[in-house]
Write a protein that binds this ligand. Structure first.
Ligand code: G16
Length: 544
């Protein structure tokens, strides 16, 4: 097979963000853009030569084309075998599982997660390492460094590969295996949860659920697991076919973008349980009848009830959450007498804690939860965990959460996003807040007294690596918190995230609207950062 060495020039914007490289499709289609990045993965990861690589994506526009390009570059870089999901489909947690199950040296996931798809949408590429998890910063930094120097890439002049049929083929020296994207993952789920109890619940005639796959990757997984293996009625999975443009919508599981599901769950004939997942299947949203479960609460509830699930019957070794995630899970960890780690935003920071056996469950406010069964967050896993809990406790979603609040208090929580801000203005806002960090501790704002303030930094307890500049946080005397951070996943300008949290234990105050309960903090967030002045926006674009 002829190998071409193609001259190229570096692009200087290939620094992976919170979760891989995400850009608009048109950007990815610039001459050599994708090829450069893939070559840099191979150049900076010599362990991939002669090894197996897992490859798949969320089915978005450019997925199939990118797979063909990556296969040809893989061949030219002496990868021994590439395992590809049929039709190019593999969810992020399924890639993580396949890497681990097959002992592959790594994996490539083609996705821009919850960002919109289609020719005018976004595309993305993530590299996962041999533990199945997202590449740690040492690896992404090495890829980025290579991308600034690259002068040529290697690509095979090989024919188009049929990726639509399961089986083995040979491309020159390289083996290609096309696999059913769902089967291994579904088997894994069956090994973790009490499928008999869940099946009995779903077939009882007294319980209804809906899962919104948002025309993204989880459709085939949810159909197989919920409708086939667990026997839920056909139609339980809404919008099940993966579409290249996600039906023209954002595959983002929240109350705004999963609108039909939200309307159903808050309507008169609401099912008992509703859930949704995102583009690549790693996020989840959990709803009860007329009830939204905040992702931070979801993590805490799962931790508190883990022993009801077969896989976690022996208890949890520890838990972890990203810094901006609410402290609800901390309270559970304390009562269980297990450690709770606080990491920067980004799933990659959980990898070492999981590998080292320090934690069993972890999660983030950004609709992500998972456990040590893979090294990614896992949307369907969280949905099945909830279903298992509902079956085991015989209670509704809202009863389970309200009972949790009575035991641990409620951590009122909200995130306000200001999107597509001019990047310089966003940096100026962060600088203004940063300069207030030393001045504000000790000051009182109404009933709120600032106890401490810092720019969050993290030292990984396993390998000692240090990550700084991970969010500006203000800690108040009664456990309230206010955090400012710039998103690392957007593709248009900057997104400011403001995270707000307050702990409430008075039983008669546990059922308030979050925005109302957090109003004084919301006001203070504006006062400290002059968000309206800096961004020209007098309200957030998205509130979760
Ligand atoms: C990614 C990361 C998450 C992170 C989220 C939001 O999720 O995997 O760890 O919490 O982005 O990050 P940011 O606040 O920087 O935008 P996903 O589902 O988009 O891959």
């Amino acid at each position: 097979m002829e190998i071409s060495v193609v001259s190229t020039h570096p692009y200087h914007d290939q620094k992976p963000g919170t979760s891989g490289l995400r850009k608009q499709v048109a950007h990815f289609r610039k001459a050599h853009y994708l090829e450069n990045f893939v070559q840099c993965i191979f150049d900076s990861q010599p362990g991939l030569r002669g090894a197996e690589l897992i490859l798949g994506g969320d089915g978005r526009f450019f997925n199939r084309e990118a797979i063909q390009i990556i296969l040809r570059i893989a061949l030219a870089n002496e990868i021994r075998k590439v395992t590809v999901g049929r039709a190019g489909i593999l969810s992020t947690p399924a890639v993580s599982h396949l890497i681990r199950k097959r002992g592959a040296a790594g994996g490539i996931v083609l996705s821009a997660s919850h960002n919109p798809g289609g020719p005018g949408g976004d595309f993305g590429i993530k590299f996962n390492v041999a533990n199945g998890g997202p590449a740690p910063e040492s690896v992404t930094n090495a890829i980025y460094a290579a991308s600034r120097e690259i002068q040529h890439y290697r690509i095979a002049q090989s024919p188009h590969v049929d990726i639509d049929h399961v089986g083995h083929t040979q491309l020159g020296e390289m083996e290609i295996e096309i696999v059913d994207p769902v089967a291994d993952y579904a088997d894994l789920m069956e090994s973790l949860f009490d499928f008999d109890a869940m099946r009995a619940l779903l077939q009882s005639g007294r319980f209804q659920m809906r899962f919104d796959a948002m025309h993204a990757v989880t459709g085939p997984y949810a159909r197989e697991i919920l409708e086939e293996r667990l026997g839920a009625p056909q139609g339980t999975v809404m919008r099940p076919e993966p579409l290249a443009d996600f039906g023209g919508r954002h595959p983002d599981p929240n109350l705004t973008h999963a609108r039909e599901l939200a309307e159903l769950m808050f309507g008169r004939e609401a099912p008992d349980f509703g859930a949704a997942s995102d583009g690549d299947g790693d996020r989840n949203m959990i709803l009860g009848r007329g009830f939204f479960v905040s992702p931070s609460d979801s993590l805490a509830v799962l931790a508190a009830n883990a022993r009801l699930v077969p896989a976690y019957r022996d208890g949890l070794r520890g838990v972890a959450r990203s810094m901006p995630t609410s402290q609800a899970v901390d309270a559970v960890a304390q009562s269980l007498g297990i450690p709770c780690y606080e990491t920067p935003t980004g799933w990659k920071f959980f990898g070492n804690l999981l590998d080292d056996g320090r934690i069993t469950l972890c999660g983030e406010e950004s609709f992500g939860t998972s456990s040590d069964h893979v090294r990614e967050k896992d949307g369907l896993w969280a949905v099945l965990f909830w279903l298992n809990l509902i079956a085991a406790r015989g209670e509704s979603v809202s009863e389970i959460v309200r009972d949790h609040w009575r035991r641990f208090g409620r951590h009122y929580y909200s995130r306000h996003d200001y999107e597509e801000i001019d990047s310089d203005r966003a940096e100026a806002l962060m600088e203004r807040v940063r300069s207030a960090l030393p001045e504000l501790p000790g000051q009182e704002f109404g009933a709120l007294r600032i106890r401490a303030a810092d720019d969050f930094g993290y030292t990984d307890p396993v390998d000692g690596s240090i990550s700084t500049g991970q969010g500006l946080r203000f800690l108040f005397e009664d456990d309230a918190r206010l955090v400012y951070r710039l998103s690392g996943t957007g593709t248009h300008g900057a997104t400011l995230r403001v995270y707000l949290e307050r702990h409430e234990t008075r039983p008669e105050q546990l059922d308030q609207d979050s925005q109302y309960a957090l109003a004084p903090l919301i006001e203070l967030a504006e006062q400290i950062a002059d968000i309206t002045g800096c961004t020209g926006k007098d309200r957030p674009d998205v509130v979760t």
